[in-house]
Design a protein around this ligand. Structure first.
Ligand code: SF4
Length: 293
């Protein structure tokens, strides 16, 4: 069966991930030192496995017992790290190399600047995401993480004192609609508000392209780590348009029945999806389609 495949222009590594991988590869090349990353460098298990094969070791800096780090290099991943953990690594003797994405750094700095001006900081995003942990973990006072407008309204009612003066920033990977809806929830009240939109342009471009593609295709295949929040969000956005959407971590998960009956198939990857996984996805669809009646 003839199948048309459209591959998104924005379908592989974003600039922040590209930069972090380059830093890791440069440290690994020819080095006899032990190189760790504090948590997985990016949210793509296949890429992490490849780097581990080249000698990278994974460190969980949140564990009470961290290995002897004297002289070892620890690379901070693209999502950043909280201040206490960074200090713990340095105290343990590690040489810390910062591969935090410049956009995440911008969000960290925006939050700090708002705090310094006396605002209570609200981060719109997921409290469990490492980037959000790195943002709130660099502040001196406790910040609040809010996931949606319903939570925002409840928080305002429950925190009359704190909510008088609020500074809002966004996790870099959340969709614009979500950020705006939370900001609007705050605007319903008499609150002194400072808003800093710290969403990442590269993520917005990818999300907009995915939405445009959904108008042209009848199946969207989103390739990327299941632990990658921006990839999961991309799949969710595509699904919400009503277009049949599947999210696979490995192109090998695409089966004959997955593409059966679809003539126009779109492929897009998350910010931490390498080009070889996209190419593999295209090849796999072509070969499966060729075997269809
Ligand atoms: S998605 Fe944006 S913020 Fe996140 S690592 Fe990539 S460039 Fe940086």
């Amino acid at each position: 069966m003839k199948v048309e495949i459209e591959v998104a222009r924005n379908s592989t590594f974003c600039p922040g991930v590209q930069r972090a991988i380059k830093i890791v590869e440069a440290e690994l090349s020819g080095s006899k030192k032990i190189i760790y990353t504090a948590g997985p460098i990016i949210h793509n298990p296949e890429v992490v496995k490849r780097l581990e094969f080249l000698g990278l070791r994974l460190l969980d800096p949140n564990k009470d017992q961290i290995p002897e780090l004297h002289g070892a290099t620890v690379i901070i991943r693209s999502h950043g790290i909280d201040l206490a953990t960074e200090e713990k690594l340095k105290k343990g003797g590690a040489i810390v190399i910062d591969a935090t994405c410049p956009n995440v750094k911008r969000a960290q700095e925006a939050a700090k600047a708002l705090e310094d001006r006396g605002y209570h900081v609200i981060v719109v995003g997921s409290a469990k995401h490492p980037e959000v942990i790195s943002i709130v973990g660099r502040l001196s006072r406790k910040a609040t993480v809010i996931e949606n407008p319903v939570q925002a309204r409840k928080w305002i009612c429950d925190n009359q004192e704190l909510s008088k003066r609020v500074g809002i920033i966004s996790q870099t990977t959340i969709p614009q609609d979500l950020f705006q809806s939370v900001v609007e929830a705050f605007r319903e009240h008499q609150i002194e508000l400072a808003v800093r939109d710290t969403r990442c342009e590269s993520v917005s471009r990818r999300q907009n392209e995915a939405l445009e593609m959904c108008k042209r295709v009848d199946l969207m295949i989103v390739i990327g780590g299941r632990n990658s929040s921006n990839t999961a969000k991309l799949a969710e956005l595509c699904k919400d348009t009503g277009v049949e959407t599947i999210h696979v971590e490995d192109p090998k998960e695409i089966e004959r029945k997955t593409i059966a009956g679809f003539r126009r198939i779109g492929i897009i990857g998350g910010a931490s999806t390498p080009d070889w996984q996209i190419e593999e996805g295209v090849k796999r669809i072509r070969s499966l389609a060729a075997r269809q009646p």
